[in-house]
Design a protein around this ligand. Structure first.
Ligand code: SIN
Length: 530
C-alpha cells in the first residue's frame, strides 16, 4: 500500500482543522487530508459569525450565562468558561492573521444580535459570509506551509498494539488506498447534518469522523442532542440554503401564511428564543399544513447586509420585494461527538478531535448561536498547544491487513437513512419512534461493529458511516428519558434546570471582577430559566 508520513495528520479542512494547521505548521510537518475540495466545508458556508465578549460593555460571564441557558444547563462548566474567556484573545489572533471583521462608521466592531444572546455580541466578516472570509484567510496562509490532499476519504484510524493512534487509512476517488502515519492524528471532520433530508450542512458532512472514532474504540457522548436551525430557505420540501439567525436579529418576523406572528405567545424572546424552541414551533405549524415565512420587510438595506442570502433568494426565485422568505427547519449542528478533554485529547492516545466532531461539553444540550466558529478557534489553539507540549516519540508503524470482508446484504440508500432519521429521530421524538429507528438500524449492526471494510467503494463506506452514526444517535436518544435542548421527546416533559446545578454555576462566577454579572444573573435567572 502507498504510504505517507508526517508529524501531524489533520482530517478535514474546515476552520478547526485549518486553524490547528496554521498553529502547528511553523514547528511541525503537517498534512491535511480532506474528502472533497478544500473549499467545501460547513465552515466555508457559515453565515453567522463568531460570538465573543469583545464589546467594552460586555463580559465573559454574560456570554457564559447565555451559553448555559441555551445549553439547558447541560454544559461542562470549566470548559465552557474557557471558551468564553479565551474568545476575545483568539479574535485578536484572527485579526493578526488578517481576518477583516466588519466595523461600523465609528471604527468599532459592527456587532450582530442572534437568538438567546442577551446583547449584540456577534462579529461578522463580509456581512453574512464570515465562514468564507475565515477559511480563505487561513487557506492562503496554510497553503504555503502545509500539503492539503483533496478528494481522499479517511477510511479508518490505524492503532498500534498498545492502542495508540498512529495514523489513518485513506482512499482517493480513483480507488487508490494510502496508509498515512503520524505521531498525532487530529479529527476535524465536522458533524452529521447529511443524516437528515433538510440540512444546512455541506454535502460532505455525514458523520465519517465520529463513525471512525467509534470503530477505533474512542468514547462518544451526547449524540442525541441535534440542533435544527429554524430557518432554512425551503420550498416544496426542498431546501436551498440557510437564512441566518442574524436576519431575525435585525428584526425579521416569523409569520404564517395568514400573516399571524408565530412566536407571539410562545416565548418572551419571540423569534430570538433558543433555537430548539423556535424550530419546534415551526415544525408543529408545518405539521398543521401552515405555510411559514420570514418577513424581512422591516430590514433596511437587506441586500447590503446579507449578500449571501440575497443571492440564495434570487437563485431560488424568492421575490425580495415582497419580503417573504419561505422557511422550514433543517438539521444544523450536533452538540455531542467524540469525547475530548479541554485540550482536545480523545480517549484514544494520540488521537485528538476539534470542532463539531468533538464533544468538549461547551454546548450542553443546545448550542448558542455563533458559538461554533468560536469553539473551533479556541480549541484548535488548545490542541496545538497540547501537541507542542508533548515529546515526539518514535513511531512504530504497523502493517495493515486489508480485510477481504464483503457485505452479504444490500445497503439502504442515503435517502432511506435520511427518511428514517427525520421521521423517527427528528425534531420531536418518542419511545415508539425511537424504538422503530433502533430496530431498523440494528439490521445493519454488523456494519456498526466492523473495522477496515477496505473493499468497499467510497459511496458504500459513506453509507456504512451513516448507518453507524444513525444507530448511535437513535440509541442515545432512546436512552435519554427526558426532553432537554436539542433532544425533545413528546413522551417526556422538558427538564427544568436542576436548581442545585443552576445555583452552582452562578455561584462559581462570584468573584469581584464579575460581581455585577452575578447580580444580574440572580435577577434574570427566574425570568429566563425557569
Ligand atoms: C446562523 O447564521 O443562523 C447560523 C449561525 C450558527 O449556527 O451559529
Amino acid at each position: 500500500m502507498n504510504c505517507r508520513q508526517a508529524d501531524i495528520i489533520i482530517i478535514g479542512s474546515g476552520l478547526a482543522g485549518l486553524m490547528v494547521a496554521e498553529m502547528l505548521s511553523p514547528h511541525k510537518n503537517v498534512i491535511v487530508i480532506t474528502k472533497s475540495s478544500m473549499k467545501h466545508s460547513n465552515s466555508m458556508m457559515a453565515q453567522g459569525g463568531i460570538a465573543a465578549a469583545v464589546d467594552r460593555d460586555d463580559n465573559w460571564s454574560d456570554h457564559f450565562f447565555d451559553t448555559v441557558v441555551a445549553g439547558g444547563f447541560h454544559n461542562v462548566e470549566e470548559v465552557t468558561k474557557k471558551l468564553v474567556k479565551k474568545g476575545p484573545i483568539l479574535i485578536d489572533k484572527l485579526i493578526e492573521l488578517g481576518v477583516p471583521f466588519d466595523k461600523n462608521e465609528h471604527g468599532d466592531f459592527a456587532l450582530g444580535q442572534e437568538g438567546a444572546h442577551g446583547r449584540r455580541r456577534i462579529l461578522h466578516s463580509g456581512g453574512d459570509a464570515t465562514g468564507k472570509a475565515l477559511v480563505e484567510c487561513l487557506l492562503k496562509r496554510v497553503l504555503k506551509k502545509v500539503s492539503i490532499i483533496e478528494y481522499e476519504m479517511a477510511i479508518d484510524l490505524i492503532l498500534d498494539d498498545n492502542g495508540n493512534c498512529i495514523g489513518v487509512n485513506t482512499r482517493n476517488t480513483e480507488g487508490i488506498s494510502f496508509c498515512n502515519y503520524a505521531n498525532h492524528t487530529i479529527l476535524a471532520t465536522g458533524g452529521v447534518g447529511q443524516l437528515y433530508p433538510i440540512t444546512s450542512n455541506d454535502e460532505s458532512v455525514n458523520g465519517d469522523g465520529m463513525a471512525m472514532a467509534y470503530r477505533s474504540g474512542a468514547e462518544l457522548t451526547d449524540l442525541e442532542f441535534i440542533q435544527f436551525h429554524p430557518t432554512m430557505l425551503a420550498k416544496d420540501g426542498m431546501a436551498y440554503g440557510l437564512v441566518s439567525e442574524a436576519v431575525r436579529g435585525e428584526g425579521a418576523k416569523l409569520i404564517t401564511g395568514t400573516g399571524q406572528r408565530l412566536m407571539d405567545d410562545v416565548h418572551e424572546l419571540k423569534e430570538l428564543a433558543p433555537r430548539d424552541i423556535v424550530a419546534r414551533e415551526i415544525h408543529r405549524a408545518l405539521e398543521r399544513n401552515e405555510q411559514l415565512f420570514l418577513d424581512i420587510t422591516s430590514i433596511q438595506d437587506f441586500e447590503t447586509h446579507f449578500p449571501t442570502i440575497t443571492s440564495l433568494c434570487k437563485s431560488s426565485s424568492v421575490d425580495l420585494v415582497k419580503g417573504l422568505i419561505p422557511i422550514a427547519p433543517g438539521a444544523h449542528f450536533i452538540m455531542g461527538g467524540v469525547c475530548t478533554d479541554q485540550y482536545g485529547q480523545t480517549t484514544v492516545p494520540r488521537l485528538y478531535a476539534v470542532g463539531e466532531v468533538a464533544h468538549t461539553g461547551v454546548h450542553g444540550a443546545n448550542r448558542l448561536a455563533s458559538n461554533s466558529l468560536l469553539e473551533a478557534i479556541v480549541f484548535a489553539n488548545e490542541v496545538a498547544q497540547n501537541i507542542m507540549s508533548k515529546l515526539d516519540r518514535p513511531l512504530f508503524k504497523k502493517a495493515i491487513k486489508v480485510q477481504k470482508h464483503r457485505l452479504n446484504f444490500e445497503l439502504p440508500t442515503i435517502e432511506e437513512i435520511q427518511h428514517m432519521m427525520m421521521t423517527n429521530v427528528g425534531i420531536i421524538r418518542s419511545q415508539e419512534s425511537l424504538e422503530k429507528a433502533v430496530d431498523w438500524f440494528s439490521r445493519y449492526k454488523d456494519i456498526v461493529d466492523h473495522n477496515h471494510l477496505l473493499e468497499l467503494k467510497i459511496e458504500e463506506k459513506i453509507i456504512c458511516n451513516m448507518l453507524t452514526i444513525g444507530y448511535l444517535i437513535a440509541t442515545s436518544a432512546l436512552l435519554r428519558t427526558e426532553s432537554r435542548g436539542g433532544h425533545y421527546r413528546s413522551d417526556y416533559p422538558v427538564t427544568k434546570p436542576d436548581q442545585w446545578y443552576k445555583k452552582q454555576i452562578i455561584r462559581s462566577l462570584n468573584r469581584t471582577e464579575i460581581k455585577r454579572a452575578d447580580q444580574e444573573c440572580e435577577q434574570r435567572k427566574e425570568g429566563i430559566v425557569s
